[in-house]
Design a protein around this ligand. Structure first.
Ligand code: PEP
Ligand code: MN
Length: 337
């Protein structure tokens, strides 16, 4: 249920309503819009007697939310959520580019890539230090040393960083180094991990599970939001279909669907979405045209030698070319880049 307060409701009236909700054993989440405050009421037991709130001072109306996701939906928070990461605003008018290698492989590799993507116009540096590999015999990432290299790259270039966290016990360590915590596709429904990042104060980059519906994905976002962390962005990275020509099927539909249902920023990942570097530019443009707030793109100085995902990684000059082309697409849909 949400309780929509009148535009003129006073602080005291809001506090009284919140107090009553809490005494009934429900959890309160506040959405403070420009015009009015919306009080989100969530809990495990069904809410009976909604009308008692309708009569309270300052209350305009109460609304039962029919969708299973509550805090992720537009009923609770109508305006787009904009997440500020050290001055980079994700979810606003500007298309945000997150670029870098799949894995941090060495100091030289990462610093070279960081400078190249920055010069090309990227806003955020990506790079995995803890890698969720399908095979235990594949490169598993550099771990904490990789995080230190990412932090050095941020220091040098000024680019905030996004990197994956794979387990609840890693959250504190990764949050110490990273500006954004990435939850990978394989962990989208790792509820212990979602709880843990929900209790951290870092923005969360939630990738879609490769076999997850949009509703399941929004329910995973709900785990993070309901723990009090409202800074969540959703990344469409392709789903598994019968098609084997591409690694995954990038679900372009999901982008406008999410923009309708949710206020959270939506990012497209054409690298994992296709698995092929020569399909990245076309699908990146499609994401922006469809309404994505940003892109995550894998870039490697020498893709043939990459320790992970070389086949889908762009060389720096190809990334720079793509950024130039994306500017026209962004302008065509009324966005800045
Ligand atoms: C990645 O971003 O490198 C990654 C492992 O992505 P996903 O979780 O989408 O497979
Ligand atoms: Mn990758």
């Amino acid at each position: 249920m949400i309780i929509v307060m009148r535009p003129a409701a006073s602080e005291a009236e809001i506090r009284t309503v919140v107090g009553r909700v809490e005494r009934m054993g429900y959890k309160v989440h506040l959405s403070q819009g420009e015009a009015r405050t919306v009080i989100g009421v969530v809990g495990e037991k069904p809410i009976v007697d909604r009308e008692q709130f309708d009569m309270m001072e300052g209350v305009e109306r109460t609304v039962r939310i029919l969708q299973p996701f509550k805090l992720a939906g537009r009923e609770f928070h109508a305006a787009d959520t904009v997440i500020d990461v050290s001055g980079v605003k994700i979810g606003g008018n500007q298309i945000i580019l997150m670029a870098g290698p799949c894995s941090v492989e060495s100091r030289t590799q990462l610093l070279e890539t960081a400078w190249a993507v920055k010069e090309a116009g990227a806003h955020i540096l990506r790079g995995g230090a803890f890698k969720p590999r399908s095979s235990p015999y594949s490169f598993q990432g550099m771990g904490e040393e990789g995080l230190q290299i990412l932090a050095e790259a941020r220091e040098q270039t000024g680019l905030p960083i996004v990197t994956e966290v794979m387990a609840p016990e890693q959250v504190a360590l990764v949050a110490e180094y990273s500006d954004i915590l990435q939850i990978g596709a394989r962990n989208m429904q790792n509820y212990a991990l979602l709880h843990a990042v929900g209790r951290s104060n870092r923005p969360v980059f939630l990738k879609r599970g490769m076999m997850s519906t949009i509703e399941e994905w929004l329910m995973s976002a709900e785990y993070v939001l309901s723990n009090g962390n409202y800074q969540v962005m959703l990344c469409e990275r392709g789903i598994r279909t019968f098609e084997r020509y591409t690694r995954n099927t990038l679900d372009i539909n999901a982008i406008p669907v999410l923009k309708q249902l949710s206020h959270l920023p939506v990012i497209g990942d054409p690298s994992h979405g296709t698995g092929k570097w020569d399909l990245v530019a076309a699908t990146a443009k499609a994401c922006v045209a469809a309404g994505a707030d940003g892109l995550m793109i894998e870039v490697h100085p020498n893709p043939a030698e990459a320790l992970s995902d070389g086949a889908q990684s762009l060389k720096p000059e190809k990334f720079a070319q793509l950024v130039r082309e994306l500017k026209a697409v962004a302008a065509a849909v009324g966005r800045a880049l």
